[in-house]
Design a protein around this ligand. Structure first.
Ligand SMILES: Cc1cc2nc3c(=O)[nH]c(=O)nc-3n(C[C@H](O)[C@H](O)[C@H](O)COP(=O)(O)OP(=O)(O)OC[C@H]3O[C@@H](n4cnc5c(N)ncnc54)[C@H](O)[C@@H]3O)c2cc1C
Length: 513
């Protein structure tokens, strides 16, 4: 397989693990998956600290299995962007919240993707990917897919207080966040079972590693996609410091929303001017590569727990989610997620009594758009990533609304037994919009849900990079299957949708011409 693969899958993350698993189900197709990070071959070979769903230690920028891309969220706010660098990709280091896109997302995307992206088909693919341990097989849930999905109990002190406070504030309790609910509060579905974060490699790849036509190789970084006369010929890789070429007529990029567009650019596929500036020979002028990605701006409202309020032994980091609309006309564009432990504990560090616990406020339909551009012909030099957060007044307005709601819930009678107040000067900032904008500006973060950096759309749209089957317009034999190809970020975490994209593109390869 490693000598003459029919397909090279680049990156074994949320979507790549799915693509390699599904394509290798046909014994006549030789599949080679290349992962830049380690490739554990059994459950026990994954670092225990990454399997532990009670922490999110891989999110620490210093963690070896985190790419930690430097980025600017605003001109004044440098930030380290976490991405998983290990089999399972970001699903191996993420928060484990596993929620499908909303119907309005699916309808919006279908306007660009047609029948292949119709809401009915997407629902079918979501169902195929999951085993819902709470609801089982039903018209909306899957009962036999690889990813185990479960909703956590809401009986810990923080979740119980949050739900009670939200109910008292007028928000209804919801049984199933995956259903097309009105705004409200409920348990967030998670790809967590038995205290273990069920990353996509555990779910999809480990059970099929015995296949003779599948080779999964870790610690191999793809440096470039090779193409000639408009057709892919293989990839250039680095293995133990040695650069070599692997020939293949089909390459599927699953390197994630930052690395896939970056790989395209260093391979000569991207905005021609930028490529030339960086000294890269242009194979295809594709202005949409890295031009306009979306993500979810996030702000942590941190509160100080009283002794006994936090249970550090809980096998989860979050449980409840409040989704709401910023106005009667809008989508459910705001989300509040109360964390269950101080950030220090979540990252695996020692906890002191002064450590705050966060309620994460995320703007799920931000207007801001980010850019990714190569800064060198060498992919090993980090790209220039700019988010352009907070330039839009409506984004700022909605973030203020979310922060004020979080502050109201934390200041409620239901929370009084748990909290000793806000952790970082929020109280005075709440008084004026300008004060709150300034407070948010100093603390703005991101959910790391980047999407749309090589978007799907018709060839007539110059900014569309791939077609509905993930084929790169203008290059034969090159596909992308990861959140890069979403037209924009879903109205919620993208992890379940990244897995779905693996299903969608592998299905298109299996059944296509
Ligand atoms: C800290 C953190 C918390 C998150 N929390 C949540 C959450 O709770 N819920 C949610 O829905 N979403 C969450 N996300 C986002 C979600 O995990 C990602 O959107 C999703 O995993 C993206 O899937 P992907 O397949 O596009 O990329 P990834 O899962 O990132 O996979 C990309 C893979 O490609 C590999 N790779 C990259 N470049 C190369 C190369 N040159 N050669 C070989 N391999 C390469 C990477 O090492 C990686 O394994 C979180 C993300 C992070 C980082």
């Amino acid at each position: 397989v490693t000598e003459r693969p029919d397909v090279v899958v680049v990156g074994g993350g949320a979507a790549g693990a799915v693509v390699a698993s599904r394509l290798s189900a046909d014994p006549s197709v030789r599949v080679l998956l290349l992962e830049a990070g380690p490739a554990p071959d059994r459950l026990g070979a994954f670092p225990a600290r990454l399997l532990d769903a009670g922490t999110v230690q891989g999110a620490d920028p210093d963690h070896p299995e985190n790419w930690a891309f430097p980025a600017m969220l605003t001109p004044d706010r440098p930030y380290s962007i976490a991405r998983g660098r290990i089999l399972g990709g970001s699903t191996t280091i993420n928060g484990g919240y596993f929620l499908r896109a909303r119907h309005s997302d699916l309808e919006r995307w279908a306007r660009r993707g047609g029948a292949a992206w119709s809401p009915d088909r997407m629902l079918e693919l979501y169902r195929r990917s999951e085993t819902d341990l709470d609801f089982g097989e039903s018209s909306i849930h899957g009962g036999s897919g690889p990813i185990l999905v479960k909703r956590p109990p809401l009986d810990d002190a923080i979740s119980a207080a949050f739900v009670a406070a939200a109910n008292a504030d007028g928000w209804a309790s919801l049984a199933d966040a995956a259903a097309e609910n009105p705004p409200g509060v409920g348990a967030v579905p998670q790809n967590v079972a038995h205290g273990i974060r069920q990353n996509s490699a555990l779910a999809y790849l480990l059970p099929v590693l015995h296949r003779p036509n599948l080779a999964v190789r870790g610690d191999i970084r793809v440096l470039r996609v090779l193409a000639s006369a408009g057709r892919v010929t293989g990839v250039e890789v680095e293995r133990e410091g040695v650069v070599e070429t692997i020939a293949s007529g089909l390459v599927v990029l699953c390197a994630g929303a930052f690395s896939s567009p970056h790989l395209l650019q260093v391979s000569g596929i991207g905005p021609a001017d930028r490529l030339r500036e960086a000294g890269v020979e242009v194979l295809l002028d594709a202005p949409g590569v890295g031009a306009s990605f979306s993500d979810h701006p996030q702000i942590a409202v941190s509160w100080l727990p009283r002794p006994g309020a936090v249970d550090l032994d809980l096998p989860r980091i979050m449980a409840a989610r409040l989704a709401l609309r910023s106005s009667d006309e809008s989508e459910q564009d705001l989300e509040l997620l109360p964390m269950l432990k101080p950030t220090t504990a979540l990252l695996g560090h020692a906890v002191s009594e002064h450590d705050g616990v966060d309620v994460l406020v995320s703007l799920l339909r931000a207007r801001s758009r980010g850019s990714i551009a190569l800064s060198s012909p060498d992919v090993r030099v980090a790209p220039d990533i700019r988010y352009h957060y907070l330039v839009d007044e409506d984004d700022r307005r909605r973030l203020r609304l979310g922060v004020r709601l979080a502050a109201r819930l934390l200041g409620s009678a239901e929370f009084a037994p748990l909290t000793a107040g806000f952790a970082d000067g929020l109280e005075p900032a709440l008084a004026t919009d300008s004060g709150l904008d300034e407070w948010i500006g100093r603390r703005i973060g991101t959910s790391v849900h980047a999407s749309g950096s090589a978007p799907m759309g018709p060839a007539t749209d110059t900014f569309a990079v791939v077609d509905p089957s993930g084929c790169v317009h203008g290059i034969t034999g090159l596909r992308i299957a990861d959140t890069s190809i979403l037209p924009d970020a879903p109205t919620g975490g993208p992890s379940a949708t990244a897995v779905l994209l693996g299903e969608l593109v592998s299905d298109a390869i299996r059944t296509g011409p």
